[in-house]
Design a protein around this ligand. Structure first.
Ligand SMILES: Nc1ncnc2c1ncn2[C@@H]1O[C@H](COP(=O)(O)OP(=O)(O)OP(=O)(O)O)[C@@H](O)[C@H]1O
Length: 273
């Protein structure tokens, strides 16, 4: 799908995925513009991994459609980097073997970037990946995905296994490479503080449905915190109100974390599955 001459990174329309009778993702319509760092948030079982796997072409929709960089998922493999939640690596291959494999498989492979990151992480190139710690494995998988120099980087809970220092370093590197390449990154996370720090676009899922999506600044501008919302106000949850509020109500700006939580509460209470 094309908008203003720019191909969206990800477009879904009525995207639905069932597992038997369980609806993992329902009627999801989204448009992620290029060049964004997108935070995908939602409680356990909300459908985040399902959406990301659909975007990568690892699973097929039950109904609806998904386009990635203007094409069907799975047809732009060199242009999409994906790190799954369990950060898979080849246990018997060394760190250096992984980099060699990356270079062989990816036309735009950035060997200098990969070598720099491995050195900065203090990983021994001779070490077998199966002997790395969980966090080190995650770092290796992230390095491989980023060194592809993809146009779209899809990361399923990329920082979950990293210590706070490594998390901070990884997010900084991610922003640097996304900015340098003009790429798009979509990352699912339970850590709202990380999302607040690095994401400029937000998608909130609950009960398999999109509760909120859009540019972070625009979303924050469109909501307020009103201690006692007046009658007729469009209350999302608690003190969080959508749209303009009359003067004299004590309305103030809402923080991202508060906004996300309000939509998560609303989505969960509605039992939208
Ligand atoms: N392969 C599968 N078979 C059956 N049900 C599945 C499968 N994968 C996911 N589900 C179900 O689909 C729903 C959404 O799961 P999904 O993994 O997408 O959630 P999530 O938001 O990524 O959760 P988490 O934050 O816990 O990783 C859940 O109810 C889950 O049990």
């Amino acid at each position: 799908m094309v908008d203003s001459g720019t191909t969206a990174a990800l477009v879904t329309e009525g995207l639905t995925r069932r597992y038997g009778r369980r609806v993992a993702l329902a009627d999801c319509s989204l448009r992620i513009p290029p060049g964004r760092v997108v935070g995908l948030v939602g409680p356990n079982g909300a459908g985040k991994s399902t959406l990301l796997q659909l975007a990568c072409g690892l699973i097929a929709p039950t109904s609806g459609s998904v386009r990635v960089l203007g094409a069907r998922p799975g047809t732009r493999l060199a242009r999409v980097g994906f790190v799954a939640q369990d950060t898979p690596v080849y246990a018997t291959l060394s760190v250096a073997d992984h980099l060699r494999l990356g270079a062989r498989l990816n036309p735009a492979w950035d060997a200098a970037f990969a070598a720099r990151r491995v050195a900065a992480l203090g990983l021994d190139p001779r070490q077998r990946a199966g002997r790395l710690s969980g966090g080190q494995r995650a770092q290796l998988a992230l390095t491989l995905a980023a060194a592809k120099r993809p146009e779209l980087l899809i990361l399923d809970e990329p920082v979950a296994a990293l210590d706070p220092l490594a998390r901070e370093g990884f997010l900084r590197t991610l922003i640097e490479s996304v900015t340098e390449l003009g790429a798009t990154a979509v990352l699912s996370s339970h850590l709202l503080s990380d999302v607040e720090r690095v994401c400029d676009h937000l998608v909130v899922l609950a009960g398999g449905r999109v509760q909120l999506a859009g540019d972070v600044t625009a979303l924050l501008d469109a909501h307020h915190r009103v201690p006692s919302p007046p009658a007729g106000a469009d209350v999302v949850h608690g003190a969080v109100v959508r749209g303009p509020v009359p003067a004299g109500t004590g309305a103030g700006p809402v923080r991202l974390e508060e906004l996300v939580l309000a939509y998560l509460h609303r989505g969960t209470e509605r039992g939208t599955r």
